[in-house]
Design a binder for this molecule. Structure first.
Ligand code: MOS
Length: 703
């Protein structure tokens, strides 16, 4: 083992140049297999049955008729399933969501709760039997409505502080020349990744192997080992290709129920979630109701900033959409308060969804800033520049690079901001009113401890092994470039193997930390290996392998406030007769660390911005008060931006290497969505003169 050390490695070569995906050909030819399509001999298929009531108790599961149906092998439910261990804090610092630890009791805490797994020889037989399974319930009244004044709301006190406060808010607001006091709401939103959750579990030679689609194989393996009280070395989780994750692909009901069934039947069992089941079993973004109060001097300098966000969680798991957190980083004020509150309702557990906290939080905060700019008569960019903090407003720590101003300057130049008439409703083209808007973006730039192994092969090539996850972002390719530079070889001599918990513990593809965390470990191992290889020396047939562990090294990051930043710009056209909003163009300029692969980085940032368009104009999951379930929980009922909604979207970046990272990386996974919805909403105001404070900005709301 070597210990990774921080300190910039000077490399020239692959990092920073555009590379197509190393697995691109496999993906477009179908050679790349996803979790639900990998063949296994003797494979059985499980189909989940979910509750039809929003709250209550299971009275009976009528298994007998179903067990007589063709091909049915077993029905698992709370009456016969093994007991699981769920009283632990996992590797991400949170306890498991009981939604994943299936069939442990007769309680039903929300509509769509897993109540049984029907296993059969074929997926069709399993589905038919699952649909025929009669489950009876004792119903109880349910409450699913999030209201700003819900009496059961409470400030969270978890691994992040619920409330931060300094100064006298009321006094500073009273002394302010301009005050904005507004409420914003965002709806329930869902990930909707293309590839559904899918897992195959089997016992093989005394080991449990799970082939899955997830954001971290060592994470999921660790959770399964804990739940089933197995030694960590007994569990192997593989996840080679992943068709989107966005925070949703962690430990879920499909892996756990597949393991239960594979254990009971002693044969491989696959469980694939349906699109509808994903809407209640795999997390989602809670709706939020946010109040922002800003007080400023005549020149726009903030005296008071108060951001309160209320989100919703289930009765079985506390997940908080920490939307007020973004105000802790973006702007300082003499009096400054942020509060993340939550209320437990009879709804499915929400969880991380791309830009958790920052995405809805930036909508409220950056729209409120725009309202303040209007009040003060100060240009929205100038207002933000006047309020750039020298230190972290809450942490008091210096920033490890805060190139937000550079993003705004470059963005304004390229977008043509200087020509903008600040008055709303001034540009008209036929039936379209035109407007432009801007907003700031930020997302934390952290790292998770990771291990990597790099092997010099006898044939002159190199193999990297790390339990990284490529959830469609291009992580595998990025790590190929990073390894090539650290080894001082060309990328074609490097093969990167990922998605296997047997490669050792590694951080997840989440929190915008994946590529940085893994690149750090790969750089450390590859750098050490390069020094071990003697010029002209002979590599033995088994190769020479060096391992790294970054646990100690990444601790240095905590000494500074560390974020990626960005400036979002949008131009919209609003149809005054139909209320339709069309985004005409968007530009995002980011300061997000050293960019490893400009090709995939641009795609990821543009993807985030498109998601912001979708958030601003389309996405909204609507719950039915009577049933507690969703209307249209599928991709027909849940609208996302499509090609026709996406105009010219451009993303670019300014130079912003992280001085404390061996490659200079910060993270680009989520910053692209942050602020994008606010930029669109601010542009709609500029077009029409009307503020829209509830997303999405649907035509009926515009009229
Ligand atoms: Mo991200 S929401 O941490 O996958």
């Amino acid at each position: 083992m070597t210990t990774a050390t921080s300190g910039r490695t000077t490399v020239t070569g692959a990092v920073g140049t555009a590379h197509t995906r190393v697995e691109g050909r496999d993906k477009v030819t179908g050679a790349a297999r996803y979790a639900g399509e990998i063949p296994f001999a003797g494979l059985a298929h499980g189909w989940l049955v979910v509750s039809t009531v929003a709250r209550g108790r299971i009275l009976s599961v009528e298994t007998a008729p179903v067990l007589d149906m063709p091909g049915v092998l077993t029905v698992l439910h709370h009456g016969n399933a093994p007991r699981l261990e769920i009283d632990y804090i996992g590797s991400l610092g949170v306890p498991p969501d009981p939604t994943a630890a299936v069939f442990q009791n007769d309680r039903v805490p929300h509509a769509g709760w897993p109540v049984a797994l029907v296993v059969a020889e074929t997926p069709e037989q399993a589905r038919e039997a699952a649909e025929a399974l009669v489950v009876t319930y004792e119903r109880e009244p349910h409450d699913i409505a999030l209201t700003a004044d819900h009496p059961d709301a409470y400030p969270v006190d978890g691994h992040m502080p619920g409330v931060t406060q300094k100064g006298d808010l009321e006094a500073e607001l009273a002394a302010s020349a301009h005050v904005v006091d507004v409420e914003y709401t965002t709806p329930e939103e869902h990930h909707g990744m293309m590839e559904p959750h899918a897992a195959t579990a089997r016992w093989d030679g005394g080991r449990l192997e799970v082939v899955d689609s997830n954001q971290g194989t060592s994470w999921v393996a660790d959770e399964l080992a804990r739940m089933f009280s197995l030694d960590a070395c007994v569990v192997r989780v593989r996840s080679e290709h992943v068709g989107g994750g966005f925070g949703s692909k962690g430990i879920r009901a499909h892996q756990v129920s597949a393991v239960m069934a594979a254990t009971a039947l002693r044969r491989p069992v696959r469980v694939v979630l349906t699109r509808r089941q994903m809407f209640s079993l795999t997390g989602y973004r809670s709706p939020t109701t946010q109040r922002v109060r800003l007080g400023a001097d005549p020149d726009g300098r903030l005296r008071a900033l108060d951001h309160r966000s209320l989100s919703r969680t289930s009765t079985v798991w506390e997940f908080v959409e920490p939307s007020a957190g973004v105000a802790r980083v973006m702007y300082d004020a003499d009096a400054h308060r942020t509060a993340n509150e939550v209320v437990r309702l009879d709804v499915p557990s929400p969880s991380w969804m791309r830009g958790p906290g920052e995405a809805p939080g930036s909508f409220a905060l950056e729209a409120a800033l725009d309202e303040l700019a209007e009040r003060c008569g100060v240009d929205p960019i100038e207002l933000r520049l006047r309020n750039e903090p020298g230190l972290g407003p809450v942490s008091g720590l210096p920033f490890a690079g805060r190139n937000l101003a550079a993003c705004f300057r470059e963005g304004a130049r390229r977008f043509g901001w200087a020509d903008r008439d600040p008055r709303p409703g001034m540009r008209r083209e036929g039936r379209w009113l035109l407007g432009t808007g801007t907003a700031a973006a930020s997302f934390p730039a952290g790292a998770l401890p990771s291990t990597a192994a790099v092997t010099a092969e006898a044939d002159g090539t190199f193999t990297v092994r790390i339990a990284a996850a490529d959830i469609g972002t291009g992580a595998r390719t990025a790590l190929t470039l990073v390894a090539a530079d650290a080894l001082r070889v060309t990328p074609d001599r490097v093969r990167v193997r990922i998605g296997d918990s047997d490669f050792g513990p590694a951080g997840i593809a989440g929190g915008s930390m994946g590529t940085r965390s893994w690149a750090w470990a790969v750089t450390a191992a590859a750098g050490e290996l390069r020094h071990r290889l003697l010029p002209g020396g002979v590599v033995p047939p088994e190769g020479i392998t060096v391992r790294s562990d970054t646990t100690a090294a990444i601790g240095a990051l905590a000494r500074k406030e560390r974020h990626s930043f960005g400036a979002q710009f949008a131009e919209v056209a609003v149809d005054v007769t139909t209320g339709e909003v069309r985004v005409r163009r968007m530009l995002g300029i980011f300061a997000a660390g050293r960019i490893v692969n400009p090709l995939t980085a641009r795609g990821q940032l543009v993807g985030g911005m498109i998601w912001g368009i979708s958030m601003a104009l389309h996405e909204e999951a609507v719950r039915d008060g009577a049933s507690g379930g969703l209307y249209g929980p599928d991709l027909a009922g849940y609208h996302v931006a499509t090609h026709a909604d996406v105009p010219a979207v451009e993303a670019d970046w300014v130079d912003d290497p992280d001085p404390d990272d061996p490659v200079g990386i910060k993270g680009i996974g989520e910053v692209g969505i942050v602020g994008a919805a606010a930029a669109v909403a601010n542009a709609v105001w500029h077009a029409t003169g009307v503020r829209h404070r509830s997303l999405p900005i649907r035509p009926d709301r515009v009229l």
